[in-house]
Design a protein around this ligand. Structure first.
Ligand code: C2E
Ligand code: CA
Ligand code: CA
Length: 381
């Protein structure tokens, strides 16, 4: 359902008290005043980015005040349905909070003359909130149990030296086989784990297993591990990893940490974290490189050891010249910046040839191997 933009001239009325309400507004441009028409008393003046008219949407009762454009205004209209849809897609905690607020709001309503229709809408919003929130909470508690019972597995996908075509490393990836729902993609459960502190436990599990595996592999073999935003915020995280590598006598250069640019919200903090990793000796990779919005800013500000070019560029390199041109530019740039380059999602021999010619260092993808179990990794060497 698309959002509508509405424009009003200076002095124009947006709605009158007593009008029915089926939408709220966000001010894109200009200024709006909320007032009582009978005595012209101004209740509020609102500026760009502010929301108004939301009370009527929640209780479906007629507008209790009027709204007028003080300057020419551009408004984004938000329909009731869009609010309930958004709510259904939101974070479990946000839903639970909205649910509680709605219940309180409902107890306030009868004194203001709630109609049967308004009660229906609140019921509707509440049930969306409860259902969606509960199923997620259930999954969250199951994930917790799965972690405790060791049902989260770690698999390892080969990373190959693109020139010699020899396997030189692996990326550790998590897997969950759920007793009823079957295989759940890490895209889903890692996102869920990231909303809670469970990602810290999943992360520690992956690091422990990967470090133990490294101690059984030849010294030139490395393992890449995905790091989540919460782990960056966890001051003890690097200390725990260092303690583990020391315990197993593993060199830090064999453990490469992958972070995505969506995680880098605060460049200053990310810089400090990178500096800490550098001091310890952990190489840091920019994962899914090229897909975010601030790729250039990121490599200007942050000194990565490795760029992992996202699969989308490899998949499309023969479909569109633009993708190929961009891969070439990234390859030139990486050479001059002295940054190692990994291509993700390499599936075909002809893609490999192009990447070899462009001077990529490593490749990862089904052409070289799918993620495999620990015992199969050990058998390879
Ligand atoms: P990612 O870090 O970009 O991992 C690469 C994904 O691409 C993996 O999906 C891998 O199986 C898939 N892949 C590799 N080669 C090919 C190929 O040739 N073709 C295609 N089509 N796909 C390929 P997977 O295992 O489903 O993981 C998805 C994402 O979940 C990962 O993306 C990563 O962001 C996240 N993830 C997985 N395990 C962990 C973990 O332990 N911790 C954290 N923080 N994130 C994880
Ligand atoms: Ca990754
Ligand atoms: Ca990736």
């Amino acid at each position: 359902m698309a959002y509508h933009i509405k424009q009003f001239k200076q002095g124009e009325i947006i709605f009158h008290g007593g009008d029915s309400s089926d939408c709220a507004y966000i001010i894109e441009k200009g200024q709006v005043e909320i007032f009582v028409e009978s005595n012209d008393a101004i209740i509020d003046i609102l500026n760009e980015g502010e929301l108004f008219g939301e009370m009527g949407v929640l209780d479906q009762s007629p507008r209790s005040t009027s709204a007028r454009a003080i300057t020419p205004v551009v408004l984004l209209e938000v329909k009731t349905e869009q609010i309930t849809n958004r709510l259904a897609e939101s974070d479990a905690i946000v839903k639970a909070l909205v649910g509680v607020l709605l219940k309180r709001f409902r107890t306030m309503l009868p004194s203001q003359g709630m109609t049967a229709k308004s009660s229906n809408l609140l019921d509707q919003v509440e049930s969306v909130v409860e259902q969606a929130g509960l199923s997620k909470f259930k999954l969250e508690s199951e994930l917790r149990t799965a972690i405790n019972h060791g049902d989260i597995q770690t698999v390892y996908q080969p990373i190959t030296d693109i020139q010699t075509e020899q396997i030189t490393g692996f990326e550790a990836l998590s897997r969950w086989s759920h007793p009823d729902r079957g295989y759940i993609s890490p895209v889903e459960f890692i996102a869920l784990a990231e909303e809670t502190d469970l990602i810290i436990e999943v992360g520690d599990l992956v690091f422990s297993r990967a470090i133990e595996l490294l101690s059984q592999l030849p010294k030139h073999v490395f393992i890449n591990i995905n790091v989540s935003a919460r782990q960056l915020d966890d001051d003890q995280f690097l200390k725990r990893v260092v303690a583990k590598i020391e315990q197993h006598g593993i060199s830090p250069v064999r453990l490469k940490l992958e972070i995505t640019e969506t995680m880098v919200v605060d460049f200053k903090k990310a810089k400090q974290w990178l500096a800490k990793c550098r001091e310890i000796g952990f190489p840091v990779c920019a994962d899914d490189f090229g897909t975010g919005h601030s790729g250039m800013e990121q490599i200007l500000e942050l000194d990565f050891d490795v760029l992992k070019v996202d699969q989308v560029f490899i998949r499309n390199m023969f479909k569109s010249d633009r993708y190929q041109i961009i891969i070439e530019s990234i390859a030139n740039m990486a050479k001059r910046l002295d940054t190692k380059l990994v291509a993700e999602g390499v599936e075909h021999e002809k893609e490999l040839k192009v990447l070899q010619n462009l001077g990529f260092d490593f490749g990862q993808g089904y052409l070289f191997g799918k993620p495999m179990r620990e015992e199969d990794v050990i058998k390879l060497f």
